[in-house]
Write a protein that binds this ligand. Structure first.
Ligand SMILES: Cc1cc2nc3c(=O)[nH]c(=O)nc-3n(C[C@H](O)[C@H](O)[C@H](O)COP(=O)(O)OP(=O)(O)OC[C@H]3O[C@@H](n4cnc5c(N)ncnc54)[C@H](O)[C@@H]3O)c2cc1C
Length: 698
């Protein structure tokens, strides 16, 4: 009989964020101005666990809701109890506040251990069921980190479960397709990516839930090892509003006008592609090489930067050019000149910073390669481009870690793409990606060679592997970075720190984060954002073979079936027309996407390819090979036309470098309208036919 511990989280309702929810001075979100709700994916996880219980036929299996949060997080437990949970545990304590993902996963793991001890009588037949990620953090890190702390198998991005031969088989999303897997042994952690059958509460159930007892534990009850701010391994340096989209986001009134714009955009060839990548370039120079000894590239608040500038100007004015000249007398003089701007303590911090010129971290800049049967994922090459830039600034080497079987041949192309040292870990047991086995060997290599920075692609695989590896080696991790730069960190003079910038709260804010209490700085970076370097076949590098012992016990999942896209598609074209779930049927997809492709091909005298969202593929409208996005193909045509596609981040990642994006969607609030150049609010059926007609006339 399986039991289910379902993790639920209370989050701000990010769909309701208005401008007045932000502090105009700091740009930070005022949480109290937002309604709190249960994280949507967690409510799906709850329904998923309930379905698993029903499918297994074990009505006695317990569903236990668990949350960590302030006392008001009790609301999401009452929600759980009113739907299907039998018990609920609230982990609440001021000492747990301000936690990053490590300091969240750790106490939750200790709470799970306590539940297993005290409620499940040490029965190991249980699943920890979680939503894939929460909308406020968007990191997807906590579930794999819990799996790592509890030494459990982790099955991420699950969309379906089937009970067969006395066990569950799970369908999960992987790069290029989907896979059916089963945990080799229980307990196991699963993360739910999508489950569209919500549970509703009856009036009676809601009343009952409001009276049920909730178990309350504090920090001392679970005795976690990493809690709160002090147990966290990342530090938010600043939060700021996202820049305005570089897309035009212009609504077009009718199909005729859209046809004209479409033709002119194609002909002018001007667009956005490539601009963001250039903005990524940092020109960091180590302090020892700077002309001005007091020049520091701080990432900090405006006040910190202003203070530092005032200090540098004051030192110049006093004729000080070396830190060694600054004694108590000079400090007094500085305070007389600039004391109205900062106090003695702040001055001491800044002076401490000025004395340091050596980088705070040492070692290479690493990329953990992702590949499928020796075909390297494009995001790995993009990361090598970024790693090259970071390593050149820090005057170190770029290392790439490749784990697999018979993978050595890929070393040549990784070196040609900008790497210096390729660390190869080969073992037959690594032939297919198994999170537990791969995290063991990658973590071992990191512990052995101690890179100062380790980058993973924020693909489905990377977002699972990176949290496990980082937790295992005791490092902080920032997810889904869109910008990575080296800066000097703070007044106290951390030199050459990786500044990791990422969107948060559903893209409503940006946060710059750095690593703390860690040996290495780790981040996953969004595919399609960093820039691949031109291939240079004449580059030379070294291959280092790293041996790690693996046994069959290190394999946590049985892979039952893998479905990858097959067939022929040529995305190397100037125009792509993609259909989403809004196409409603395979016939509509064929008819509408087909006619628009034909019309555009004729009008623009170019080849046009068909694309699709993952949802359209899952609905069977078109073959998987046509899928565009994070787990499909990243495309870079001149024109990308999205029909009935909502604009989920996983889809838009795949079109980030397209010059012009055009969208047709019947929902006036569709997310894609904020990420495209031109759009029409309308039904695809009518609008596409009008557009095809209009194309003949323009
Ligand atoms: C790990 C992971 C990886 C993923 N990878 C990818 C990926 O590579 N690519 C990808 O696409 N997705 C991916 N997804 C899924 C992604 O999150 C979205 O679920 C998916 O992109 C949604 O597809 P959609 O926009 O077609 O469907 P929906 O989100 O359901 O949107 C359908 C849209 O059609 C509109 N519509 C409905 N009827 C009409 C009509 N008659 N006329 C006009 N408009 C209409 C609706 O308003 C809606 O906006 C991934 C998810 C996960 C968890």
């Amino acid at each position: 009989m399986s039991n289910y511990i379902v993790l639920v989280k209370q989050v701000p309702d990010v769909t309701q964020i208005t401008d007045n929810a932000f502090d105009p001075k700091t740009g930070t979100l005022i949480r109290s101005r937002l309604v709190s709700v249960i994280n949507e994916l967690d409510s799906q996880a709850l329904a998923f666990a309930n379905q698993m219980r029903q499918d297994s036929g074990d009505k006695d299996g317990k569903i236990i809701g668990l949350t960590m949060g302030p006392p008001m997080a009790e609301e999401v437990l009452r929600y759980s109890l009113s739907r299907c949970a039998d018990m609920a545990v609230l982990l609440t304590d001021e000492a747990l506040g301000g936690a990053d993902t490590v300091a969240t996963a750790n106490p939750l793991s200790f709470a799970i251990r306590k539940i297993v001890r005290e409620v499940l009588s040490e029965d190991s037949d249980y699943y920890v069921v979680c939503g894939m990620q929460s909308v406020d953090g968007d990191t997807a890190q906590v579930p794999p980190q819990i799996a790592e702390e509890l030494h459990l198998p982790c099955i991420s991005y699950v969309t379906k479960s089937e009970y067969k031969n006395n066990r569950f088989e799970f369908t999960r999303i992987i790069s290029g397709g989907s896979q059916v897997v089963a945990a080799k042994k229980l307990p196991a952690v699963i993360t739910v990516a999508k489950y569209e059958y919500p549970l509703f509460a009856t009036f009676g159930a809601t009343r009952r839930a409001s009276r049920m007892e909730i178990i309350r534990w504090g920090s001392d009850d679970v005795k976690a090892t990493h809690t709160g701010v002090s147990g966290s391994k990342t530090l938010v340096i600043r939060v700021f509003p996202p820049g305005k989209s570089t897309r035009k986001c212009e609504q077009v009134g009718d199909a005729k006008s859209l046809a004209k714009l479409l033709v002119s955009s194609f002909k002018s060839g001007s667009g956005k592609a490539g601009k963001d990548n250039n903005a990524q370039m940092s020109h960091y120079v180590l302090p020892g090489r700077r002309v001005d000894k007091f020049d520091r590239g701080f990432e900090g608040t405006r006040k910190e930067n202003e203070d530092f500038k005032i200090l540098a100007d004051t030192l110049k004015k006093l004729g000080i050019s070396e830190s060694s000249q600054i004694d108590e007398y000079i400090k007094g003089k500085i305070l007389t000149e600039a004391g109205k701007h900062f106090h003695k303590r702040a001055l001491e911090d800044m002076l401490k910073g000025l004395q340091l010129t050596e980088p705070s971290y040492h070692g290479e800049v690493w990329v953990v390669a992702e590949h499928n049967n020796n075909v390297i994922h494009p995001a790995t090459f993009e990361l090598i481009g970024k790693a090259r830039e970071l390593a050149d600034s820090l005057e170190t080497k770029v290392g790439v870690c490749v784990a697999g079987y018979e993978v050595e041949p890929v070393a040549k192309e990784l070196i040609a793409a900008g790497a210096d040292n390729i660390y190869i870990i080969e073992n037959k047991l690594l032939s297919e990606f198994d999170p537990t086995a791969h995290r063991k060997v990658v973590a071992d290599a990191i512990s052995t060679y101690s890179p100062q920075i380790t980058l993973f692609a924020a693909t489905a695989q990377g977002r699972m592997l990176a949290p496990m590896v980082s937790y295992r080696v005791g490092c902080g991790l920032t997810a889904d970075c869109t910008s990575l730069n080296i800066k000097d960190s703070s007044r106290k003079g951390q030199i050459g720190i990786l500044m990791q910038t990422r969107p948060a709260l559903g893209g409503n804010v940006m946060a710059t984060i750095c690593t703390k209490n860690s040996r290495s700085q780790m981040a996953t970076a969004r595919p399609g954002v960093m820039k691949r370097l031109p291939t240079r076949d004449q580059r030379t590098g070294k291959v280092i073979k790293h041996k790690v012992h693996l046994s069959k016990n290190d394999i946590s999942l049985e892979i039952i079936k893998t479905e990858l896209g097959t067939g022929d598609v040529n995305f190397n074209v100037e125009v792509i027309v993609s259909g989403g779930k809004g196409m409603q049927s395979r016939d509509n997809y064929e008819r509408l996407v087909g006619s628009l492709c034909a019309g555009l091909s004729k009008k623009l005298s170019t080849q046009v390819e068909r694309g699709a969202s993952r949802a359209a593929v899952e609905q069977g409208f078109v073959e998987r090979i046509h899928q565009v996005g994070q787990t499909g193909t990243a495309v870079t045509p001149k024109l990308y036309i999205a029909l009935g596609i909502s604009g989920a981040v996983q889809h838009m990642i795949g079109v980030a470098n397209t010059q012009t994006i055009i969208a047709i969607n019947s929902d006036p609030n569709a997310l894609i309208f904020k990420q495209c150049d031109y759009y029409i609010v309308g039904n695809v059926e009518e609008t596409v036919l009008q557009l095809v007609e209009a194309l003949e006339e323009v």
